[in-house]
Write a protein that binds this ligand. Structure first.
Ligand code: DHB
Ligand code: MG
Length: 237
């Protein structure tokens, strides 16, 4: 095949991928005004625009409903975009606790959650997660834990997620694929090394049943999703 033909095939594949992503988002995860505002908030407040995609938000809701989530813990609130998806999946009386290291980001997240109509069931706690997590033992178990914070902290956050959940709980971590770097065993920086560790731990830990799925950035990144297994149910699958 000529170079021109190969290039044209690649162009068509990219166009098809973009079409599929847009169509799936329109069909399954359309944003309302509050979600759009939360997506735009980072650029208005000098924050990085690194929130999850709408389809990832919808997937979090599917997982929350699948495990009957009434209490959700989020590690890393940023501007509250994923928090809105999570809090909207809660039944009456449900609770989202979101941990955020930055006071400014926490203020933006609280305003976004309020605007989305879920301020009553959401709480953003400010501080380094490793300092806030021990106090959550008295509020455990959480039904779903979503990790989307500083990457070097991921293995520590996984340890805490295991302490703070019950069999049947779901633990989700964003950015577990990162263009394949953790799958190559890349440890060139602390963040990538920690995600490599995270992926291997959730794959190997007999307390968990896990999968990682390419979901965004054109399949270059995605969630690792783990279900906490019953202690006596840890046979081979
Ligand atoms: C980064 C962090 C994220 O949580 C993300 O989804 C994408 C990028 C980052 O720190 O670069
Ligand atoms: Mg992320």
């Amino acid at each position: 095949m000529s170079n021109e033909n190969e290039l044209e095939t690649l162009r068509q594949q990219v166009a098809t991928r973009t079409f599929i992503d847009d169509a799936l988002t329109a069909l399954f995860a359309p944003e309302d005004e509050a979600l759009r505002a939360a997506r735009e908030a980072p650029s208005e407040h000098n924050m990085p625009s690194i929130e999850i995609s709408p389809l990832q938000g919808r997937l979090l809701q599917v997982l929350a409903l699948a495990c009957g989530a009434k209490k959700i813990l989020e590690i890393g609130a940023l501007a509250g975009y994923s928090g809105i998806w999570l809090a909207r999946s809660l039944p009456a009386g449900g609770r989202l606790i979101s941990l955020e290291i930055s006071t400014e980001h926490a203020d933006v997240a609280r305003a976004g959650l309020e605007r989305a109509g879920v301020g009553d069931r959401s709480e953003v706690r400010v501080g380094p997660a490793e300092q806030l997590l021990p106090a959550l033992l008295s509020e455990a178990p959480f039904d779903l834990v979503f990790i989307d914070a500083d990457k070097p902290g991921y293995p520590t956050y996984l340890e805490w997620a295991l302490k703070l959940t019950r069999p049947g709980s779901i633990i989700v971590a964003d950015n577990c694929i990162r263009s394949g770097a953790p799958l190559r065993g890349d440890s060139s920086d602390a963040g990538t090394a920690a995600i490599t560790t995270y992926d291997h731990r959730v794959a190997d830990d007999s307390r968990l049943l896990s999968v990682a799925v390419p979901l965004d950035e054109g399949g270059m990144d995605g969630f690792a999703i783990s279900v906490v297994r019953a202690v006596d149910g840890a046979g081979p699958l």
